[in-house]
Write a protein that binds this ligand. Structure first.
Ligand code: PMP
Length: 365
């Protein structure tokens, strides 16, 4: 038997997603007691207490399948954005919504434009569907929207745009996005992945849901509760867009894709403004703290609209990552993304940020 002749040929050149190393693995390998996990953009404050109480209240009912369409959670999300629940689909993380987008809209050899530096799941999902990936260029650390527009052809089906982008942390402003959306023909779907938008300045960055309501029905917005809402372990994300898009995705949606407990946790988290505000405040303070320290160390970084910062260490990113792990701090190397001297660090609590700054300073000496 030859698996190469059996496989979906879309999988041929897919490299599996590499997730951030877990704490336990680093603790064991480097013999550090309590490593600080700053590699997966998780919420350092914890889980919203409202989410926790909603989740624990429902636990005894976990012998029953959850309501299959995630109705209550969709209603809650729709209420937040003054939309209809028919405009909302919920997934096991934003990742699942990315997969559903690819599965629902891609035919063989459709062209999908993806910026060269971005969240890798887009490439995986669209390759799986045998799309032709068209890679657009970066203008330094900024997604080059002109280049995306220039790459549009009759075969272009989807443009995948993370705003703010991961791993750069850079966000394109209102003016740029509204220019872009006007330029893109309305038969091309623009995926706006806003996994980190809660951390961006609302005055400067686009309100894509308002743009959708204003008539740009080809915008499909993806969001997550993994970051600002602290539910990474519960796995809840969602998509917002035209009811016809959502209906199509519902043809293939796994029947019970969000566990009962996660659905309830998500409803609780979305109501917990106190936790959200605390998280955003901590992120803003942490960004300033790390910027100041990097200025002192003479290292450059990309000003961030997210809960992480991309730092150019001027040395091999894998080496610095390794050295940081030896000192009990886990970050991501930029090497996987082709940024050989960069590391990406998630904003932690004040204490965690201090540990990171101390360890990096130590290595740089
Ligand atoms: N989009 C972007 C840009 C991300 O960085 C991530 C997580 N790292 C996701 C989507 C997926 O998030 P989740 O599946 O945890 O909701």
């Amino acid at each position: 038997m030859d698996v190469n002749t059996l496989m979906n040929r879309g999988l041929l050149d897919i490299k599996p997603y590499v997730s951030g190393k877990p704490k336990e693995e680093v603790a064991e390998k480097y013999m550090v007691k309590e490593p600080v996990k700053m590699n997966s953009n998780e919420n350092p404050i914890g889980v919203s207490p409202v989410a926790l109480s909603y989740a624990s209240e429902i636990l005894p009912q976990a012998n029953i399948y959850p309501e299959g369409s995630n109705k209550k959670l969709r209603e809650e999300i729709a209420r937040l954005f003054t939309l209809s629940p028919d405009n909302v689909i919920v997934g096991s993380g934003a990742d699942e919504i990315i997969y559903y987008s690819a599965m629902s809209f891609t035919n063989d050899n459709d062209e999908v434009i993806i910026p060269r530096i971005t969240f890798p799941i887009y490439e995986i999902a669209f390759k799986m569907m045998r799309a032709k990936i068209v890679t657009s260029r970066m203008d330094g650390y900024i997604i080059d929207l002109d280049d995306i527009v220039n790459r549009i052809t009759e075969k272009t089906k989807i443009i995948a745009l993370c705003n703010p982008n991961n791993p750069t942390g850079h966000a394109l402003n209102k003016k740029k996005i509204s220019w872009f959306v006007k330029k893109v023909p309305d038969n091309i779907i623009i995926i706006m992945d806003e996994a980190y938008m809660e951390f961006a300045d609302r005055e400067v960055f686009p309100d894509t849901i308002a743009m959708y309501k204003d008539g740009y029905k080809n915008i499909f917005i993806i969001k997550t509760l993994s970051k600002a809402f602290g539910l990474a372990g519960f796995r809840v994300g969602y998509g917002i867009g035209h009811a016809d898009f959502i209906r199509l995705m519902n043809r293939i949606k796994l029947p019970f894709n969000i566990s009962l407990v996660s659905q309830h946790a998500a409803i609780g988290a979305l109501m917990d403004n106190e936790f959200l505000n605390k998280t955003i405040e901590n992120t803003k303070e942490g960004r300033k703290m790390i910027y100041n320290a990097m200025d002192t160390l003479g290292l450059s970084y990309v000003p961030s609209s997210t809960n992480f910062i991309l730092i150019d260490t001027g040395q091999d990113g894998d080496f610095i990552t390794e050295e940081l792990m030896k000192r009990g701090v886990i970050v991501r190397s930029g090497k996987n993304y082709g940024m050989h001297t960069s590391i990406r660090v998630t904003i932690g609590t004040r204490e965690q940020n201090s540990e990171f700054i101390k360890a990096l300073g130590n290595i740089m000496k």
